[in-house]
Design a protein around this ligand. Structure first.
Ligand SMILES: NC(=O)c1ccc[n+]([C@@H]2O[C@H](COP(=O)([O-])OP(=O)(O)OC[C@H]3O[C@@H](n4cnc5c(N)ncnc54)[C@H](OP(=O)(O)O)[C@@H]3O)[C@@H](O)[C@H]2O)c1
Length: 250
């Protein structure tokens, strides 16, 4: 469906990284873009640069997102807000688990519940869910993050069943490493994290993810781009670990 068939979009996690780039791109494509995140100042700056409409709302504020979804009929929903915390389940704390489930999964489910029925009734809409290669592969990291992203991945497939027969499209974008500030937001110490995760690597930029999303939206209405895995060329998941026991059996 060409962009001209859609009027409005909601992008969550719009104050930085991939979300901000998606807002900028969808504004350029002529949509009225509603940009949601917690950082009001950064959203205001984005609004003055792009013409988007800022909403300083925590995505886990159910009353806030419910009000927004009732006020506006969104044609495009980009579920992008995401957080991570360092450490495996061996070191996880209760607050971290709840936060990741709230932001990465619960909010996505609620926004789909609030927005997708209207899309189905209007026979027009496109849901873009940003998951992660962490939802598809196992590697060192935060198991809660992997679990929430795997859930978003399955939700994206299941949504296709839920809207079957309607011209509502669903696209899962599954990024590997992208050059954003997410690593500083996870670990703190922006300069150190830039050195560890960004500097010297050849990485997709946030704008590259926005371009992939624009491609999926601009495809003819008969075309549903269901899943796009986008990694650096020089990044590959996979591997096999085998180790001897740390202590012999007694
Ligand atoms: N960059 C990567 O390498 C990578 C790889 C795979 C997947 N992803 C996924 O891509 C998405 C975007 O990540 P990014 O790299 O652009 O990271 P980022 O720069 O850290 O952006 C995360 C965005 O989410 C927002 N956010 C966090 N908590 C929120 C909350 N409670 N309510 C509303 N907004 C909230 C942040 O805004 P506020 O702090 O202002 O609320 C920010 O705008 C995430 O879902 C992430 O998991 C990223």
């Amino acid at each position: 469906m060409p962009f001209s068939d859609y009027k409005t979009a909601l992008v969550t996690g719009a104050s930085s990284g991939i979300g901000a780039a998606v807002v900028e791109r969808l504004c350029k494509e002529g949509l009225q873009v509603h940009a949601l995140a917690r950082s009001a100042a950064r959203l205001d700056e984005l609004a003055s640069r792009t013409g988007c409409i800022p909403h300083a709302i925590d995505v886990s504020d159910l009353a806030g997102i419910t009000r927004l979804a009732q006020e506006i009929d969104f044609d495009v929903l980009v579920n992008n807000a995401g957080v991570d915390r360092p450490g495996s389940i061996l070191k996880a704390d209760a607050e971290g688990i709840d936060l990741l489930v709230d932001v990465n999964l619960r909010a996505v489910l609620h926004l789909c519940r609030l927005v997708v029925p209207g899309m189905a009734a209007r026979d027009r809409g496109h849901v873009i869910n940003i998951s992660s290669i962490a939802g598809a592969y196992n590697f060192g990291g935060n198991s809660t993050y992997h679990a929430t992203k795997a859930a978003v991945s399955m939700l994206s497939r299941q949504l296709r069943i839920d809207v079957f027969g309607k011209r509502v499209r669903v696209t899962e974008i599954c990024p590997g490493r992208v050059a954003t500030d997410i690593f500083a937001h996870v670990h703190g110490n922006a300069e150190e994290m830039h050195k560890r995760f960004i500097e010297g690597f050849e990485l997709p930029q946030a704008e590259d993810i926005a371009s992939a999303i624009a491609f999926a939206i601009a495809a003819p209405v008969a075309v549903n781009v269901g899943h796009m895995e986008i990694t650096p060329t020089l990044q590959v998941p996979g591997g096999l670990s085998t180790t001897r026991p740390e202590t012999p059996r007694g």
